[in-house]
Design a protein around this ligand. Sequence first.
Ligand code: PBG
Length: 330
Amino acid sequence: MKYPLYRAQRLRYRDSLRSLMRETSVSRTDLIMPFFVRGGKNVKKPIVSLPGNFQFSIDILIKEIKEAARMGISAVLLFGIPKSKDELGREAYASDGIIQRAVQEIKTRVPEVLVITDVCLCEYTSHGHCGVIRGRPSRSRVEIDNDATLELLAKTAVSHACAGADMVAPSAMMDGQVGFIRRTLDENGFSTLPIMAYSAKYASAFYGPFRDALESSPSFGTRDSYQMDSSNAREALREVRLDIEEGADIVMVKPALAYLDIIRIVKDTYDIPVAAYNVSGEFAMVKAAGKLGWLDEKKAMVEIITGIKRAGADIIITYHAKELAALLSK
Ligand code: PBG
């Protein structure tokens, strides 16, 4: 025979063979589903640029989380929309803030679900930046008071812990935030509470829909002074190393899709669990193209999430979590 079948192809002929050869598979226990919570009762406000996602009031959120849990999603990441925003983001660390109330309620009503909280100020500040602004901001340059911000982030983390959170996820990209939060948690009796650090968080266009969801776009300037330049890979290793030294239990790369190489080098360099955040813009692109009939949305979703896992992610935070869980259970 002139063109013999390659061995590779022989192994691809049957589904059962392909599944024997499969190197990577995503399971529901790899996934974390983000949720947005706000005040009020019976609120389910659609987020236009994140189809299928909503701002929920706590009562509805509980139902949604119960349903997610029934589908096999056992971990959620919470973001809050405060009643009011101010310069110092006070609701972020108020004991009766939206997240603190939501966590208490979830841990009472659905205790089996792992509740992770985002620790940042941008959802709570009137200017939309992740920290306290120093001096008078100019359009082009925003200076953040790093150390003043650390105090507020640590207060936020402790208030989440007091409410019953199972893990905190600091995302403000302030220098030294992991160490400062770790020490403060320990001093307050929460030494067993783990930290999932947003270690390599890039300044990214892919956060657009999320900022719509939380009404948290900066009102002036950009986040370029504290989030990473998307051109840099070695810097990601440095950020990850510092977070590990400061006590991070899990490190995160964010976004995921344009940064698969970063996930891989972090995974190969360190022996600590790696999370990847399949962010809002990555989700929105798939949804938009799917809606236009330009690609098969479900297949694209599986391919993307599998790709993120293959790149080295142990944990994937994704707005697709519920859809994916439904597919995986079939
Ligand atoms: C900051 C934060 C952001 C996201 C999670 N935490 C965005 C930002 O820096 O604007 C983005 C997540 C997403 O796009 O899905 N607290």
